[in-house]
Ligand binder design. Structure first.
Ligand code: G3P
Ligand code: MG
Length: 474
């Protein structure tokens, strides 16, 4: 059985836990090398960019927070969390690349609690069909201090969705929720794919709108990115029933595929043309070394294929769930098996893979170290999701794994994939109506934990005093 390392680039020792899912061993247990990458550094400045005017170029330069126009003159309550997590993510990146500067810094003054945090799924929890779920706006206000206790709680976003850079997703969400948000708060399904940019030279990138995923891949550092459009432009007989539009022809790049070896296939976002994309993927998987027009005799020479997540269904604008990337993966596996007689080996990132939750934990640990000087993740992370198979499964399995040193507490909402009256395949710690109820539940639970701890301390203090009083002779 083959296990993969965090980058999905080389097999792991089978005795260690697995971070990303290889199709051949979906149910395997997983573990980490547990390296401590945390070291304090000086605080760089975080720029503020308006969500109304932020452009793609500006979004790629240095740490920043995206700000709704109404907050441009002065920061909103959400600014502190957004900026601090942005810096924490930049530090993790520097540390991972070996550029981390080890310079102690004093944590800033803060009113944000460090003992717990929230992590949110996006589709079906905060957004549905491009529009905010009404309670989401209120939930964010509660986390940013508008609650009866006057506390602020940190939060991040863990979405399987993609097809845009983390920066662009951040601008979208900032506009939708009218909230200050930083890319540092974002982890997308395809975020880990950036780690594979140096491993492969020429790659096929599938999915998303127009040229967006090519740009995301190039932004991640992939050196030579091919799209299905490039292949169709080179040979218009590739897909018998579809021709490129004028716009697609203009965007697609000219290249001689007779001389090109495609080393890997990355499905970055949901395919917009399943039939055509599947045809091209199958052509490559059954080729000799990723060269189109060739055919492998034993079907063991094709390039590897990676998916940014494995959601079979997801919650969009339609009243019923829609087919997602996991459905494309399943149908490709079935087609491949029918053609070759063999099982397709593929790898999926995103939730419920443990690597996603491990990265989120490291981000929150770095944030806590920077802001509170404590080198441990918050004791509890409340994960709010709508999809039992991705959100609840991932949270529960991570929580039960050796990778987790804190408590990941799963909360299922009724605003997305999960429907009342059905039994979720993975059981959450609690099910609530919507994200606002989830936030209120977490905060109340923490408050009651704190008051119980306080009562216990008082009781112990009284016991100590009583025990310390000398008992006199009667
Ligand atoms: O394609 C997006 C989808 O499958 C789920 O996104 O935010 O619910 O993880 P999210
Ligand atoms: Mg969701």
């Amino acid at each position: 059985m083959e296990l993969w390392n965090e980058q999905g680039t080389k097999p792991l020792d089978a005795s260690k836990p697995q971070l990303w899912e290889s199709s051949s061993q979906r149910e395997a247990s997983r573990m980490t090398d547990g390296k401590d990458l945390l070291s304090p550094q000086p605080r760089p400045t975080v720029r503020r960019l308006s969500s109304a005017t932020a452009d793609f170029k500006g979004l790629n330069i240095g740490p920043h927070v995206v700000v709704p126009p109404k907050h441009m003159d002065s920061p909103s309550n959400a600014h502190e969390t957004a900026a601090a997590l942005e810096l924490a993510k930049h530090r993790l990146k520097d540390l991972d690349s070996g550029d981390g500067v080890v310079t102690p810094s004093t944590p800033p003054e803060t009113t944000t609690t460090d003992s717990y945090a929230f992590a949110f799924d996006i589709d079906g929890v905060l957004i549905r069909g491009g529009k905010p779920i009404p309670e989401a706006v209120e939930a964010m206000k509660v986390l940013n201090g508008q609650n009866e206790y006057g506390i602020k709680v940190p939060y991040i976003f863990l979405t399987n969705g993609g097809g845009k850079t983390e920066q662009e997703r951040c601008v979208d969400l900032s506009r939708q929720l009218e909230l200050e948000i930083s890319p540092g708060q974002f982890i997308c399904g395809h975020t880990p794919m950036r780690e594979m940019a140096q491993k492969y030279k020429t790659v096929l990138v599938v999915g998303g709108e127009g040229e967006k995923c090519r740009l995301v891949a190039e932004g991640y550092g992939f050196r030579d990115v091919v799209t299905p459009g490039d292949i169709m432009k080179d040979n218009d007989r590739t897909t018998p029933f579809r021709r490129l539009t004028d716009q697609e022809t203009q965007n697609s790049r000219v290249r001689n595929f007779g001389e090109t070896e495609i080393e890997a296939i990355f499905v970055f976002a949901d395919s917009r043309h399943w039939g055509d994309d599947q045809q091209i993927i199958i052509d490559l998987l059954t080729s000799k070394n990723g060269r189109l027009g060739t055919s492998s005799e034993n079907y063991d020479e094709g390039p590897p294929i990676y998916f940014s997540h494995n959601d079979l269904i997801w919650s969009a604008a339609h009243e019923h769930t829609r087919l997602g990337m996991g459905a494309l993966r399943s149908s490709l596996e079935a087609i491949y098996k029918s053609i070759t007689g063999k099982d397709l080996v593929s790898t999926a990132f995103g939730k419920p893979q443990l690597g996603t939750f491990q990265f989120a934990t490291r981000l929150l640990q770095q944030w806590r170290k920077d802001t509170h000087g404590i080198n441990k993740p918050p004791e509890t992370v409340y994960f709010v999701g709508d999809t039992p198979e991705s959100d609840i499964r991932g949270t529960n399995e991570f929580n039960e794994s050796k990778l987790s040193e804190n408590d990941w507490y799963s909360i299922l909402v009724r605003t997305g994939v999960f429907k009342e009256g059905t039994k979720p395949r993975y059981t959450p710690r609690i099910t609530v109506n919507n994200v606002l109820d989830a936030v209120n539940h977490g905060i109340k639970r923490e408050m009651s934990k704190a008051s119980k701890a306080q009562a216990k301390n008082t009781e112990e203090a009284i016991d100590e005093i009583v025990d310390g009083v000398p008992v006199g002779d009667e």
